[in-house]
Design a binder for this molecule. Structure first.
Ligand SMILES: [Zn+2]
Length: 496
């Protein structure tokens, strides 16, 4: 414990450098466990694959129907340019598991399907394949209840993040692409003047039935009056984000804040798993993630609308076990569900332990590097930048302090578990000793048996030879005695 480098430098050192020390320390400890694990029959931990929001069977059937309807060929739809920067120059990356070509923009790095994919594609599809419509509707039903708690948790986090920017006054709030309106419900409870807009008729009807202030786009109050305009996991589904951003700009107050969350193109998960990642799909039941932005791409999109990206943060952490499983078996991913009907993936127990221990530090690292699965982005009108800069600086400081505090807590927890760790290693080494003793005992037993066999064989050989000799002697004796007597008897009989 002496002379160890601190997990987090008290000075304003780089967070990443601190994490490197942390990871090195953890690996130093755990690598022994991993290595010794090789001598012990490996137990595996199985985990279910995160099959969308659907039951696995529904998911597999939906993909089957979709791929059959495509006849193995991607959707034919009009072309489109990069949704972030409008560049027409992009490079093909891969075909997603639901047969969409993904391109990477050569200018801003955004991944996107270079085609106009919208609700029309799915209306036509459902008209051709009624079974797909039935399953899709069944999957949608009950979604309100299934996602309500997790949605509220997430939106609460975003609203809290806004606090240094909006002060204590209740803001006027508009959520674009609000789905069934969980954001609107929560904001209203906080006393905000909240309103949501949503394209889907089913979602709007569900929201209204629950008394949430939700309507179709264009039905909110006209004019630049909203202090907060949000787009939570909306922009990745929109074939023309420019239209949505233009709507947001019309609604945004001069000093208003835009809050955006999107799946992060540069997350560990997406970067490593690529077309094998569950989050990279163009859509088999509705428009999927046809735009995958990172901070650079998102910034390019916002700038074209007179908005400045002022702050980014990450949320959640990549599924390390799934990434590990993918890297070591090259196949346990979304494709194993589709190709082999395999709903689980297995990870060696020792590796799982290490990954579990690494989890919190990895989440922190992803957050520090803006590589978390979900990217949170806050923006304001470029014209309002000078006025809002101090508030955003406060937010940035808070973020930095939070990341550092998380790291320090992880480091302390690691230091505190030193004794427990040593006990585990000692227990494992005891187990290895027992195994080694058992192996030696067995080897000795084999040697002993071989020795016995050899002795027995020699002994038997000698015995056989002895008996052979005895038999030979008996025969001679018989010939000499009984044979002689018989011969003289026969001679006497003949004489008579
Ligand atoms: Zn671009």
């Amino acid at each position: 414990m002496k002379n160890r480098e601190p997990f987090v430098d008290a000075s304003d050192e780089s967070i990443v450098a601190s994490l490197a020390i942390f990871a090195r320390e953890l690996l130093r400890r755990e690598s022994r466990r991993l290595l010794t694990g090789n001598g012990i029959p490996e137990q595996h931990v199985t985990k279910p694959l995160p099959v969308s929001r659907a039951a696995a069977a529904d998911f597999v059937r939906m993909i089957e129907l979709w791929v059959a309807d495509r006849a193995g060929v991607p959707v034919a739809a009009p072309p489109r340019t990069c949704p972030a920067c409008r560049s027409a120059v992009s490079d093909f990356q891969f075909l997603s598991f639901d047969l969409y070509p993904y391109h990477s923009c050569r200018t801003c790095g955004t991944w996107f399907v270079p085609q106009v994919i919208d609700d029309g594609v799915f209306e036509a599809y459902y008209a051709r394949v009624p079974e797909a419509r039935r399953i899709s509707e069944a999957m949608m039903a009950g979604r309100d209840e299934r996602t309500r708690d997790s949605d509220r948790g997430r939106f609460g986090h975003y609203f809290e993040l806004l606090r240094p920017l909006i002060g204590d006054a209740a803001p006027r709030y508009l959520d674009i692409g609000c789905g069934v309106g969980h954001s609107v419900e929560l904001a209203s409870e906080l006393g905000w003047d909240a309103r949501g807009e949503e394209l889907s008729d089913v979602a709007v009807a569900t929201a209204k039935a629950k008394g949430r202030n939700v309507g179709h786009p264009g039905t909110s109050q006209p004019g630049a009056t909203y202090d907060v305009v949000s787009m939570f996991e909306t922009l990745e589904h929109i074939t023309d984000p420019d239209q949505v951003l233009a709507d947001a700009m019309r609604a945004l107050a001069p000093l208003g804040i835009v809050v955006i969350t999107v799946p992060n193109r540069s997350s560990f998960e997406v970067s490593v798993l690529r077309e094998r990642c569950f989050h990279v799909f163009g859509g088999y039941e509705h428009v999927g993630h046809i735009n995958l932005f990172d901070p650079r791409g998102l910034s390019a999109l916002l700038e074209r609308h007179g908005l400045s990206l002022m702050f980014t943060d990450g949320q959640f952490s990549s599924d390390l076990a799934q990434i590990f499983s993918h890297l070591t078996t090259n196949g346990q991913s979304v494709l194993s569900v589709i190709e082999k009907g395999q709903m689980e993936f297995a990870v060696p127990e020792s590796a799982y332990t290490v990954l579990n221990n690494l989890g919190p530090a990895s989440a922190c690292l992803e957050r520090a590097l803006k590589r978390s699965p979900i990217l949170i982005a806050l923006a304001c009108r470029t014209a309002a930048r000078p006025q809002l800069a101090p508030a955003f600086a406060t937010l940035e400081q808070r973020w930095h302090a939070e990341v550092e505090a998380t790291l320090a807590a992880e480091g302390e927890a690691l230091a505190a578990s030193e004794d427990e760790y040593k006990a585990t290693v000692a227990a494992m080494q005891g187990e290895i000793q027992i195994r080694e003793d058992a192996i030696k005992l067995r080897e000795d037993a084999i040697k002993l048996r071989e020795e016995m066999n050899r002795t027995l064989e020699t002994h038997l050989q000698a015995e056989i030879q002895k008996r052979d000799r005895m038999l030979e002697e008996l025969r001679d004796k018989f010939n000499r005695t009984v044979g002689a007597r018989m011969r003289s008897l026969i001679r006497a009989l003949v004489r008579r």
